[in-house]
Design a protein around this ligand. Structure first.
Ligand SMILES: C[S@@+](CC[C@H](N)C(=O)[O-])C[C@H]1O[C@@H](n2cnc3c(N)ncnc32)[C@H](O)[C@@H]1O
Length: 280
């Protein structure tokens, strides 16, 4: 098993993690240092490890700032390109790509008055970043789309979808504190085509939307009511429903949607559905 002394000595001589873009390298090394520091009583070794962590943090902050500048110039996709090869990811866990997005979004911690959601509504949990990247690619989201995240939380999905695809991206979220934090991030990144609005998903304006995203924000009658509203829109124009979590099972049962996915009920990865009404 590696010791704190050996990993500290190795990192002090290693140049790889000092590259500005080596976020994943640093996140992995910082996790190992944090873990090994827990049981360390040697003050000198402790100080060396802490110096390394401080240096990694400073490099990360510079790197995030550079990507944020690129996003403001409309070059966010190019700046994020080295990290977009995610394959078809699975699982609901978080990884270093979430660390990267968190650094870029720099979200203010929201203060939520009543953290327990009403019946049938699901508490906040962000979509793991790799699934957002995967959804943009497999749903073929482009600048011609209008994307709506129903139950948008802190806005990770609308923001990253817009940065990666140029699509107009909207979120509707019931919790005002989340909306305030999300819109602060949107303004700081100067994303004119992203908006997060406060409200209930059942009352959202669906009239221009071509792609609906749901990371199981609600269940039961609310999900059925919202799905019925999406179906009405799908009778007017072709739409895609992109889902993650148990709500994919609900959409898989709807005869006006089809999916090329071999397992459209899968809960641990993105499923893309397309509307099937004739004439589109
Ligand atoms: C699982 S989180 C998903 C967050 C975000 N879509 C993402 O993927 O990062 C579900 C979110 O839906 C919100 N929500 C639940 N019921 C809602 C409703 N009826 N209308 C609007 N938002 C709702 C919750 O407050 C929570 O932020």
């Amino acid at each position: 098993m590696e010791s704190l002394a050996s990993i500290v000595s190795f990192l002090e001589q290693e140049e790889g993690w000092r590259q500005p873009s080596a976020f994943l390298w640093r996140a992995d090394a910082a996790d190992r240092l944090d873990l090994l520091l827990l049981g360390e009583h040697d003050a000198a070794l402790h100080a060396r490890a802490t110096d390394l962590l401080d240096a990694m943090d400073a490099l990360d902050r510079d790197g995030f700032a550079a990507i944020r500048d690129a996003v403001r110039r409309g070059e966010g996709r190019e700046a994020l390109a080295p990290w977009l090869d995610v394959g078809v990811p699975t699982g609901q866990h978080y990884d270093v790509l979430d660390h990267l997005l968190a650094g870029v979004l720099d979200l203010r911690e929201p203060h939520v008055e009543r953290p327990v959601p009403p019946p049938e509504m699901v508490f906040y949990q962000p979509t793991p970043t790799r699934h957002i990247v995967d959804g943009v690619r497999r749903a073929r989201i482009s600048a011609d789309d209008v994307v709506l995240d129903l139950g948008a939380g802190l806005g990770h999905v609308p923001i990253l979808v817009n940065v990666l695809s140029g699509a107009r991206a909207i979120g509707v979220e019931r919790e005002p504190a989340y909306v305030d934090s999300a819109m602060d991030a949107v303004r700081a990144l100067e994303l004119d085509d992203v908006s997060i609005v406060q409200g209930d998903a059942r009352d959202a304006d669906l009239s221009m939307v071509t792609v609906y995203y749901l990371f199981t924000p609600f269940v039961g009658t609310i999900l059925r009511d919202v799905a019925a509203k999406i179906e009405q829109e799908a009778r007017r124009r072709a739409v895609r429903v992109v889902s993650l979590g148990p709500c994919s099972r609900t959409f898989a049962r709807m005869d006006w949607l089809r999916s090329d996915d071999p397992l459209p009920t899968a809960a641990d990865r993105i499923v893309v559905f397309r509307s099937t009404f004739a004439g589109r």
